[in-house]
Design a protein around this ligand. Structure first.
Ligand code: MGD
Ligand code: MGD
Ligand code: SF4
Ligand code: MO
Length: 739
């Protein structure tokens, strides 16, 4: 095969179009990676409307990760302290089906859990919902989106009556004021940032950029105004801006009267946030706060963008709604260049939401608690009335506590690496170690979570399976398979469907291919906010990516679906968007004399999460050779810490060690470490050894962005950066937690 294939980058939620071609092309030298291995050539797809040919280093190097350290065959073991043995698919599937049946009939379906991922394709997500929520009758399907987007989902639902980011990337070129809060867009959504940056530069002085982040990130460096607030004071800041907008008369009374509800209660709250108080709480100057309010008030079109600095908080939903409030009071929604735009993290976090991929959701933007929604799905799936449980399933942290309590009999983890990414990692690992039966389905081996599995199933990944993903601007792209899956790897949805058939649900899982799966799924979106009945694999293949809502074949995507709420009618019963009035509660674990620093945790430009792919790409390893801790010079001076001094970081739950990076980019009193180094990639550098699981009561999203720590400099010479390049160490895998 020499033809190129158009597809989507499988990393972040920007969703850049890629064009890939085989290593060998007639008349051309073989394309090779930095180590000399023949590699598929990856370029940006110029025809993709979301990215117009641009890619960042992750997309550009993705092909180099595809063949390294893959999990090739199913493997099994009797207990976690035994070595894995290679088995056939038949043996593995039998073991899984037997276990599910035993647990179903002894403990009940609520003892069965699946933990999936925003890196599933939509077809994988959909089949998993059908198997768990439908056939087995348990809503215990949760995804790593719980750690990521669930506050945005809850915020949108509460404010607008439905989920769904209302904006699109063209808004980046049309806005007069970009308000970026809790997002390091330059490193985490680089292609969105490049586009915004270009517009900002071109309209120097006329277009404003505000960045709200305790760190002076690369994103903040590009801003006209950087508000380096204390972690956890976002609601103070947003209410303080609202206070000034109200005081200065920058509100849109007509919009408030005709299109919203709940303004009086909100106005009562924001009146209690005068500038002096807010500036003091946030740790910024009154001038800075006033400037932010003035930019908002004076701009015709304000586009706010946010991600984990907002969502990963014990008041995440309230933060999201407080951002939306500003848009409602100024009428900044439904028009070009304006609106509250949550940037999705993973490539298909959006598809997961469409397919109902959290424990309280059902396909087609439905919710478990709604009896009509349950009945619609049961009927469509050909299941008896009442099969879908009325109770939301366990969130992923509740699965962990369920393991602790012995209530989980079967745990199936796919496309996520919880032994690195979950909060309070020692507790998480101990709970995973107690699991009576864990199936782990991943593309790579080793990974940290493989250590906690009884059965390992090899997953075909992006490039080896065909399915769709939806990016942050609701645009759906077909990702076609262009190479063979290695070894015996299979697509996630095929594995779920095969288990479903073996459990006796033959009618429910009669699919010849993923196009049929998608065709069935879109029927469940008919007349729903995320209507995509006009989308099919065939249409995506011939006409290219489509944005939803896309109700039927004839709807020309652009005009109708670019933005939501252009008629200012919302999905609430009265059609009005709701103000949500919240006081700031601050951090769940504020610093105190014993643990005087706030630790925040985030991402670096080159690495992707737990490094399963990017850790195996030489260029990226060189770019970010080792973990580190950022400390302000003032704090470093007090503790006798210098550049590269090793620092032991302790929280109430755990410990980790990092070389220091002394920098004014971090606010005094706050320290930062990257999330990317799990046990396989460094010794004692797991950020989540330190974090706590306190979560937002509405979204159940844990506060992964902040916990209280103390710092102890270590004088002994531990390691140099070179040592990190000797990882991954397979010996790390056999290390069991201290139980
Ligand atoms: N390079 C790269 N890109 C990625 C990913 C990756 O792993 N690597 N992952 C993808 C995924 S899944 C996600 S979810 C996104 C995440 O994208 P981002 O949310 O942009 O990334 P983070 O670095 O996790 O956090 C963003 C910022 O939040 C700030 N922050 C911390 N506490 C607070 C606070 O209390 N208030 C405010 N306002 N800000 C705070 C941090 O200082 C940090 O700079 O990135 C996606 N893109
Ligand atoms: N402290 C702290 N913790 C965090 C965060 C933070 O900001 N701070 N961020 C949180 C967020 S937003 C997120 S999204 C999570 C991410 O955390 P994880 O989901 O644990 O991270 P990944 O490394 O992306 O794991 C994805 C896994 O899926 C595998 N995989 C890739 N493609 C496929 C496929 O098609 N099928 C299957 N079966 N497997 C596949 C990869 O090999 C990899 O092992 O981390 C969360 N944890
Ligand atoms: S910006 Fe995101 S989607 Fe685009 S190439 Fe980079 S990682 Fe991939
Ligand atoms: Mo995420």
């Amino acid at each position: 095969m020499t033809d190129s294939t158009k597809t989507l980058c499988p990393y972040c939620g920007v969703g850049c179009g890629l064009e890939v071609s085989p290593p060998a092309q007639p008349g051309k030298p073989v394309n090779r990676d930095s180590q000399g291995y023949p590699t598929w050539k990856v370029q940006g797809d110029r025809a993709h409307p979301s990215s117009q040919g641009m890619v960042c280093v992750k997309g550009a190097t993705i092909a180099e990760s595809l063949n390294k350290d893959r999990l090739l065959y199913p493997m099994m073991r009797e207990s976690l302290d035994r070595p894995f043995q290679r088995v056939t698919w038949e043996e593995a599937l039998n073991a899984i089906v037997n276990r599910i049946q035993t647990v179903r009939f002894t403990q009940g379906p609520e003892a069965i859990c699946m933990y999936g991922s925003g890196q599933f394709q939509t077809e994988d997500y959909y089949i998993a919902q059908k198997l768990l929520k439908g056939c087995l009758g348990t809503n215990n399907f949760d995804a790593n989106s719980r750690l990521c987007m669930s506050s945005a989902v809850a915020g949108y639902i509460q404010s607008f009556g439905a989920d769904g980011p209302p904006c699109c990337y063209d808004d980046l070129d049309l806005t007069d004021c970009a308000f970026l809060i809790g997002t390091n867009t330059a490193e985490c959504h680089p292609i969105i940032f490049n586009r915004l940056r270009k517009h900002h530069k071109k309209n120097n002085g006329k277009v404003k950029m505000i960045v709200v982040d305790p760190r002076r990130t690369t994103t903040a460096e590009a801003a006209d105004l950087h508000l380096a607030i204390q972690p956890g004071t976002d609601i103070d800041l947003l209410n303080g801006i609202a206070h000034l907008l109200l005081r200065w008369g920058y509100i849109n009374s007509e919009f408030i009267d005709e299109c919203t509800s709940g303004f009086p209660a909100y106005a009562d709250v924001i009146r209690q946030y005068p500038p002096e108080l807010v500036a003091r709480k946030c740790g910024i100057k009154v001038d800075e706060l006033e400037m932010a309010a003035r930019y908002w008030g004076e701009s015709k079109r304000v586009l706010s963008m946010w991600s984990m600095g907002v969502n990963q908080s014990s008041e995440g939903t309230a933060k999201v709604r407080t951002i939306i409030n500003l848009h409602l009071m100024t009428g900044q929604i439904g028009n070009p260049g304006a609106g509250p735009f949550s940037l999705t993290g993973q490539p298909n976090a959006m598809g997961g939401r469409e397919a109902g991929g959290l424990a309280h959701l059902l396909p087609g933007y439905r919710v478990v608690k709604n009896a009509v929604h349950r009945a619609e799905i049961e009927q469509f799936w050909g299941l008896p009335a009442g099969r879908i449980s009325a109770a939301p399933g366990l969130s992923v942290w509740e699965m962990i506590t369920g393991l602790e309590a012995g209530q989980v009999g079967f745990l199936w983890v796919a496309a996520t690496n919880p032994a690195v990414s979950m909060p309070d990692l020692e507790r998480t690992k101990k709970a995973l170690w107690r699991s009576p039966f864990t199936v782990y389905q991943d593309a790579y081996y080793p990974t940290e979570t493989a250590n906690y599995a009884h059965v390992l199933l090899p997953a075909a990944q992006w490039s080896e399976k065909t399915g769709v993903m939806t990016n942050s601007e609701r645009r759906i792209t077909l990702c076609s398979a262009f190479r063979e899956a290695p070894g015996e790897a299979r697509a996630d949805w095929e594995i779920f469907a095969e288990v479903g058939r073996r459990l006796g649900f033959t009618e429910q899982f009669k699919f010849a291919n993923s196009a049929e799966v998608y065709a069935e799924f879109v029927q469940l979106t008919r007349k729903r906010p995320c209507d995509m009945t006009g989308v099919s694999h065939e249409r995506l293949a011939t006409e290219g990516p489509q944005q939803w809502p896309c109700p039927d074949r004839s709807s020309s995507a652009e005009s109708q679906s670019q933005r939501l709420y252009t008629d200012f009618r919302f999905h609430t019963p009265d059609g009005r968007a709701r103000f949500g009035a919240y006081h700031s509660r601050g951090l769940a674990e504020p610093p105190d004399p014993d643990y005087p620093f706030v630790l925040t945790i985030g991402r670096l430009y080159g690495h992707w999460h737990t490094q399963t792919r990017t850790g195996r790409i030489e260029k990226i390893r060189q770019m970010h050779p080792n973990p580190f801790i950022e400390i302000h010079p003032r704090d470093a001076g007090k503790l006798g810490i210098q550049e590269d001094t090793w620092v032991e970081v302790r929280s109430r739950r755990g410990m980790a060690r990092f070389p220091a990076k002394v920098t004014e980019a971090i606010a005094p009193g706050t320290v930062f470490v990257p999330m990317h180094w799990g046990a396989l990639w460094a010794e004692n550098a797991e950020a989540n050894a330190l974090t706590h699981p306190e979560a937002c009561p509405d979204s159940l999203e844990p506060e992964l962005k902040a916990c209280a720590v103390k710092l102890v400099p270590i004088t002994a010479d531990i390691k140099t950066a070179d040592t990190f390049l000797q990882y991954p160490k397979s010996s790390m895998l056999s290390a069991s937690p201290s139980v």
